[in-house]
Ligand binder design. Sequence first.
Ligand SMILES: CC(C)(COP(=O)(O)OP(=O)(O)OC[C@H]1O[C@@H](n2cnc3c(N)ncnc32)[C@H](O)[C@@H]1OP(=O)(O)O)[C@@H](O)C(=O)NCCC(=O)NCCS
Length: 187
Amino acid sequence: MENVVVGPIDLAVQVDEALAVQAVAFGLGPEEVAIRRQIVLRHLALPGARALGAHSRATGRLVGFVYGLPNDRAHWWSSVVQPYLRREGNDHWLDDSFVITELHVLPAFQGQGVGRRLITGITDTATEPRSILSAIDGDSPARHLYRHLGYRDLARPVHFPSATRPYAVMGAPLPLLRRGERAPEAG
Ligand SMILES: CC(C)(COP(=O)(O)OP(=O)(O)OC[C@H]1O[C@@H](n2cnc3c(N)ncnc32)[C@H](O)[C@@H]1OP(=O)(O)O)[C@@H](O)C(=O)NCCC(=O)NCCS
């Protein structure tokens, strides 16, 4: 039996638990957590925003979460990435697209398929034909995971105001690839 249960959560209720997971997984200090808290709660009020959580069967504790929402070109994230995507001829990815806003798994639970279950689970509920996200540019477990799921680079490097490191914007057709599946050749 799997030691982690994945299912929908009310992220507004579990926001502090989720940010505690993110703080450890992604490395956030208390000030960044306070800022993220406001941003998450604002996102959750937007149409179609939803979240999945991963709970340890042994302790009941939240060990991972994902949340996202349908893209809206008026949203801050979309307006920042739009010029970069336009430059690469990928501007259309901002329409009819489900955005993955955050995905984090506690280190002790990484490498066991939890991240894959979370992001596949949430995008399987999307009615949009594609998904987009941003990840810190470079080689990382997140970038590996996203590539395995069919995400490809749409623009990089992308600079967010106040972020010290450059990001890559990635996009994938939905449904995401299952383990062992390969993306069809881009044509
Ligand atoms: C990114 C993250 C959520 C992945 O979660 P995870 O539960 O460890 O991922 P999974 O075990 O589901 O792995 C899924 C796939 O990614 C690949 N992957 C995961 N970690 C990897 C690593 N360190 N190196 C190479 N590939 C890796 C796995 O091979 C797996 O591929 P497969 O399913 O096709 O075999 C997790 O590493 C994390 O929380 N990182 C810190 C926070 C972060 O960077 N979040 C993303 C912000 S954009």
